[in-house]
Design a protein around this ligand. Structure first.
Ligand code: IMP
Ligand code: MG
Length: 178
């Protein structure tokens, strides 16, 4: 797998250090509350698991599944719901946990879907932000790193379902997908 990576962008240690900070921040902000962390399948799950280990207040977890890339390296713009959240979240504080914001279309779709379920609040926590690629105005409440507008894999991010288990984030060699 490693031979398919052109460059490591964020090391395992850097990721873990940042997640510690994010977890501490969330623990402070939600003190006395019990938020529900909703992880977006599949890419956001690895981040959710590490993040929850760094939160020291009571929380619950849930999952929501969407797909937009198919087997391509570009967002299709068509979002498909692959797993709805059937848990009652009305009146609850929600933290959406996602691996990366690219165009922002997925998160916009998810926000609308969840708002209909009438939670008390929704905040967004993303590990990576492809700032240059946004097509939607989205307020990010907790953010790990800004990344360049390149196709990256590792730490949850895949190409055709592969590379999610790499412990770092790297740029995939173009020859793999061209
Ligand atoms: P968006 O709807 O364009 O913001 O795309 C968001 C989703 O696309 C993310 O949750 C990822 O699953 C996927 N994605 C975006 N950029 C990349 C990338 O560089 N590598 C792998 N997956 C990506
Ligand atoms: Mg995703």
């Amino acid at each position: 797998m490693k031979k398919d990576i052109e460059k490591i962008l964020i090391s395992k240690d850097e990721i873990q250090r940042k997640i510690k900070e994010l977890g501490a921040q969330i623990s402070r902000d939600y003190k006395g509350k019990m938020p529900i962390l909703i992880g977006i399948l599949k890419g956001g799950v690895i981040f959710l698991v590490d993040l929850m280990h760094n939160i020291n207040i009571p929380i619950e977890i849930e999952f929501l599944g969407v797909a937009s890339y198919g087997s391509s390296t570009q967002s299709s713009g068509i979002i498909k719901l692959t797993k709805d959240c059937n848990y009652d979240i009305s009146g609850r504080d929600i933290i959406l946990v996602e691996d990366i914001i690219d165009t922002g279309l997925s998160l916009k779709y998810i926000m609308n879907l969840l708002k209909n379920k009438e939670p008390k609040s929704i905040k967004i926590c993303v590990l990576l932000d492809k700032l240059e690629a946004h097509k939607q105005d989205i307020k990010i409440d907790y953010k790990g790193f800004t990344v360049p507008n390149k196709f990256i894999v590792g730490y949850g991010l895949d190409y055709k379902e592969k590379y999610r288990n790499l412990p770092f984030i790297g740029v995939l060699k173009k020859e793999i997908y061209q």
